[in-house]
Design a protein around this ligand. Structure first.
Ligand SMILES: NC(=O)c1ccc[n+]([C@@H]2O[C@H](COP(=O)([O-])OP(=O)(O)OC[C@H]3O[C@@H](n4cnc5c(N)ncnc54)[C@H](OP(=O)(O)O)[C@@H]3O)[C@@H](O)[C@H]2O)c1
Length: 310
């Protein structure tokens, strides 16, 4: 990433970073495999790697090129390309569908993670706030007790355990309510629905924090480029907290949508296959102090993303 002279790196500023600000001449490039790179986070990493100079050589892959559930394929790819680091963005992310498709959810989120962990490369693995049951009353710290209440959350937790057990060196980042200009996500769905309908009912009693995938991608670059590899579990989302209803109200306001009434409803009024945690706000102080980063507020981050979408 760009050479940084201040004491804390302010995330969310990649628009102003250009290649000419960086110089890594003379350094031997390290090879980084990114899995699931056509997803939201993977696409943001691709975009960031084009914008910023970096001492890393990226190998962006997705299911068609590299299936993380195929151990043989993974081992061959890692050895053949001298991969030193893996950023695992590949996942089964259909939270409701996972309830009736348990086998695939576990295959990708657990076995896939285990295969990558056993490849011998250092790994940055992405996990989720859904490893928690949502009964907390204050932001979850990294060492809080996990107790997933959905198949997706359980499979992701097994993935975390496999990374810890088998990876040579690892960083696990739990994130929440991810959105981006790429792929399918809550922000894009709400923008579409607000333009199609006169009113929408939105759950107003589940509390969490949205994460702009571009900010998470920047965070991953900071970790990758850190002079010291600091293994461990970290929580990362934008700052602040809201509900799905509050999130939607802000999308409506920032996108200047007229004419769609938003009605707050309770979780019990909106039936879904998977149970979701009622409270999944995560404490970000560990990642902030370990890597000296300033994380943007969720409202500001949303504004930046909407400028790209609209
Ligand atoms: N989205 C959220 O709200 C959220 C919240 C918390 C945590 N997370 C975590 O954040 C990470 C990134 O999420 P995201 O939203 O960027 O996910 P995403 O958009 O669903 O992207 C996941 C990518 O992984 C690919 N994939 C699926 N199975 C694969 C396999 N066997 N081998 C290789 N690639 C495979 C998918 O391909 P196909 O599209 O072809 O299946 C897709 O391109 C995930 O670990 C997720 O669990 C997400």
């Amino acid at each position: 990433m760009a050479i940084y002279t201040g004491s804390n790196k302010h995330l969310g500023g990649t628009e102003t970073v250009t290649k000419k600000e960086t110089f890594y001449y003379g350094l031997v490039q390290k090879n980084v495999l990114v899995t699931g790179s056509n997803g939201q986070l993977g696409m943001e990493l691709q975009q960031l790697s084009e914008k910023t100079g970096t001492p890393f050589r990226f190998f962006f892959t997705d299911f068609d090129l590299l299936d993380i559930t195929d151990a043989e394929q993974i081992n061959y790819y890692v050895e053949e390309n001298s991969i030193e680091y893996i950023i695992n963005c590949a996942a089964y992310t259909a939270v409701d569908k996972a309830e009736s498709d348990e086998q695939t959810a576990y295959k990708v989120n657990y076995t896939g993670a285990e295969n990558l962990a056993k490849s011998g490369a250092k790994i940055i693995h992405i996990s989720t706030d859904y490893v928690f049951d949502g009964t907390a009353k204050a932001p979850y710290k990294e060492d809080a007790v996990t107790n997933p209440v959905s198949v997706y959350g359980k499979a992701k937790l097994k993935g975390e355990e496999a990374i810890k057990e088998f990876a040579k060196d690892w960083v696990i980042i739990r994130t929440s309510w991810l959105y981006s200009e790429f792929g399918n996500n809550f922000v894009k769905t709400m923008l579409r629905l607000m333009n199609e309908r006169d009113e929408l009912n939105i759950v107003a009693d589940q509390h969490g924090t949205p994460t702009y995938a571009a900010d998470l991608a920047e965070m991953i670059f900071v970790i990758l480029e850190s002079s010291e590899w600091k293994s461990g579990v970290y929580h990362f989302s934008n700052l602040g907290e809201t509900t799905w209803f509050g999130f939607t109200e802000k999308i409506k306001e920032l996108a200047a949508v007229n004419g769609c009434r938003l009605n707050p409803i309770l979780t019990k009024e909106y039936k879904t296959d998977a149970v979701r945690p009622m409270y999944s706000v995560m404490d970000k102080s560990k990642i902030q102090s370990a890597f000296s980063v300033i994380i943007p507020q969720w409202e500001e981050a949303l504004g930046r993303c909407l400028k790209k979408i609209i």
